[in-house]
Design a protein around this ligand. Structure first.
Ligand SMILES: [Zn+2]
Length: 478
C-alpha cells in the first residue's frame, strides 16, 4: 500500500545540508508528514513512492533548511536606527532609549522583527529579551520556532543612562534574584510549548551585569532543568574593564575558573577575546553566536569566529538588534561574515560561501543545541524549510550544470527578498511572499506608532541632549 503524506515539495534545487557540504540534489523533493520530513530524494522517486495530499512546485527555486538566527533582541526593532556609528554604543547610544521603551513598544518591536525574519527566510529565532507579557505569544502565533531567553541582570531600575563610563556598576542582588525568579517561572510556562516549537534558555545578560553568586545559581538551575545558558561573553572593552575592576581578571579566565565553560553555554560575540581565550572557550565545548553586522557597526571589530571554528567550535550566525545592525536578516549576516573574515585574514579562501551557509543552517542548529531537530533536510527532522526564487534578477542566471553557481550567488547576491515560501514544522508561514500568520500592515503601523511615542519620551528626557544622533542631525549628517 502506498504511504500517504501531507506535502511533497517538488522539482527543487535541493540543498539538504546533509554530510559535510551542502548536500545538493538536482530536481529534488521533500516529503512531509505531520510536521516532519519523512524522505528526501529525486522528484520522480518520491512522486512514485507516496500518496500526496498537497504538492508544492519548487521549479526554479532553491529549497534549503530554514535559516537560524542564533542571537536577536527583537524588542529593539521598534527603535531601529537610533544607535550606530558611535563609541560606547551601549551606554551612550542605546541606554537613553531603553528606559523609554514601554512593554507595548517592546511587543511592537518583537512583532516587527519576527515579521522581518520570516520574510528573509529565518525560521528559528533565538531571542534575548525582557519577558514582558505577550512576548512568547508573538512567536507562538507567528508559527516560527524560537529559543526564548528572558534577560537576567542585576542592574538597578533606570539603567545605565546616567552612569559614568568606566565606573563600576552598582549591582543590586534583589533585582538579580527577581529576574532569576521571573525566568524560572517563564521556563515552567514556555519550555517545550507549542508542540515543542518554543523552548527556553537561561540568559544572564553578561558576567559583568550580575554577581558571581547569582551567576553560579543560574548555572545550577540550568543543570537541574537541562537548559542551555545564553550569555554575552567578552562583548566589549567596557565588559572587560568591569571584570578586571571587580574580579581582577578578564572574562574568559573568570568563567573558566568558576566552571562556566562547557557545552551548555552559547557564548555571544567574544568581541574582545584574544586568540588564546577563543581557543580555550572553543575547546570547552561552548558554542559561539557570531553577529558580524552588529559588531562591525557597534565596535568596528571582526569577532574571532575563524579561530573558534579552527579550534573545533560550533558557530551560529546572529543578527543582534536593529539599533546598530540595523536589520535582522541572515542573508546579510552570511555575506558580511564571509567578507569580513576574508578581509581580516587578507585571504579570499577564508569562509567560503558554502561554509557560511552551513553556519546559517546545520552548524547554527548544532550551536544552539537543536542539531538533532533542525538545520538540515533529512528524514526524521522537523519540516522547517524555505523556497528561494532563483528567477530574481540578482540571482539570474541560475546555473546547475556543468558548473553550479547557486550557493555563491545566494550568499553574495541574495538579499532575503527572494525568499518565496517559508514552512515551519510543516505549516506554511509565508506563501508567495504573503505572510499568512501575521497581518503585515497592522504590525508595521503599530511599530511606527510606538516608535514615534518612544522618540517623544526620549526627547523630553534631558539625557537625550548628549546623544550623538542629535549632534549628527544638527550638523546636517542625518
Ligand atoms: Zn546581544
Amino acid at each position: 500500500m502506498t504511504e500517504t503524506i501531507d506535502t511533497l515539495v517538488t522539482h527543487a534545487h535541493l540543498f539538504s545540508m546533509q554530510g559535510q557540504g551542502v548536500g545538493y540534489i538536482h530536481d529534488g523533493a521533500v516529503a512531509i508528514y505531520q510536521g516532519r520530513i519523512v524522505a528526501i530524494g529525486s522528484t520522480s522517486d518520491l512522486e512514485a513512492r507516496f500518496q500526496i495530499t498537497e504538492t508544492i512546485d519548487a521549479s526554479g527555486c532553491a529549497v534549503l533548511p530554514g535559516l537560524i538566527d542564533a542571537h536577536m533582541h527583537t524588542p529593539w526593532a521598534v527603535v531601529r536606527g537610533v544607535a550606530q556609528d558611535v563609541s560606547n554604543w551601549m551606554q551612550m547610544a542605546l541606554a537613553p532609549y531603553s528606559r523609554h521603551i514601554t512593554p507595548e513598544a517592546a511587543l511592537a518591536g518583537t512583532r516587527l522583527n519576527v515579521l522581518e525574519a520570516i520574510k528573509a527566510g529565518t525560521t528559528t529565532t533565538v531571542d534575548f529579551a525582557k519577558p514582558n507579557p505577550g512576548w512568547a505569544e508573538v512567536f507562538e502565533g507567528a508559527g516560527v520556532r524560537a529559543r526564548l531567553t528572558p534577560t537576567i541582570n542585576a542592574m538597578p531600575p533606570g539603567g545605565m543612562a546616567g552612569w559614568k563610563v568606566g565606573d563600576i556598576y552598582p549591582l543590586d542582588d534583589d533585582v538579580g534574584q527577581g529576574d532569576i525568579d521571573t525566568a524560572m517561572a517563564f521556563v515552567s510556562d514556555w519550555h517545550c510549548a507549542a508542540d515543542g516549537r518554543i523552548t527556553v534558555m537561561l540568559g544572564p545578560q553578561a558576567p559583568d551585569m550580575i554577581s558571581g553568586d547569582q551567576l553560579l545559581q543560574i548555572k545550577r538551575l540550568a543543570e537541574r532543568e537541562g537548559l542551555m545558558i545564553h550569555m554575552h561573553v567578552a562583548q566589549g572593552d567596557r565588559e572587560i574593564n568591569q571584570m578586571i575592576k571587580r574580579f581582577g581578571k578578564r572574562t574568559p579566565q573568570y568563567l573558566d575558573e568558576i566552571g562556566y565553560l562547557d557545552d551548555q553555554l552559547l557564548a555571544v560575540h567574544l568581541t574582545e577575546a584574544t586568540d588564546a581565550e577563543t581557543v580555550l572557550i572553543a575547546h570547552s565545548g561552548a558554542r559561539m553566536a557570531l553577529c558580524s553586522g552588529s559588531i562591525g557597526i557597534i565596535d568596528g571589530i571582526v569577532p574571532p569566529a575563524r579561530v573558534f571554528r579552527e579550534a573545533g567550535g560550533l558557530v551560529g550566525l546572529g543578527s543582534d538588534q536593529a539599533p546598530g545592525n540595523n536589520c535582522n536578516n541572515i542573508f546579510n549576516e552570511m555575506k558580511l561574515t564571509a567578507l569580513f573574515n576574508k578581509i581580516k585574514a587578507r585571504d579570499p579562501e577564508v569562509m567560503p560561501a558554502w561554509e557560511v551557509l552551513r553556519m546559517a543552517t546545520i552548524e547554527g542548529a548544532q550551536a544552539i543545541g537543536l542539531g538533532d531537530e533542525i538545520g538540515s533536510l533529512e528524514a526524521g527532522k522537523q519540516a522547517d524549510l524555505i523556497l528561494i526564487d532563483l528567477s530574481a534578477p540578482n540571482l539570474t542566471p541560475a546555473m546547475d550544470t556543468p558548473i553550479r553557481t547557486i550557493v555563491p550567488n545566494l550568499v553574495y547576491a541574495g538579499s532575503g527578498h527572494e525568499v518565496k515560501t517559508v514552512m515551519v514544522a510543516g505549516q506554511i508561514l509565508m506563501r508567495d511572499r504573503q505572510v499568512l500568520t501575521m497581518d503585515e500592515t497592522v504590525v508595521q503601523a503599530e511599530a511606527q506608532r510606538q516608535a514615534e511615542a518612544v522618540s517623544l519620551r526620549v526627547a523630553a528626557d534631558p539625557v537625550h541632549k548628549k546623544m550623538a544622533l542629535l549632534t549628527a542631525m544638527e550638523a546636517g549628517q542625518l
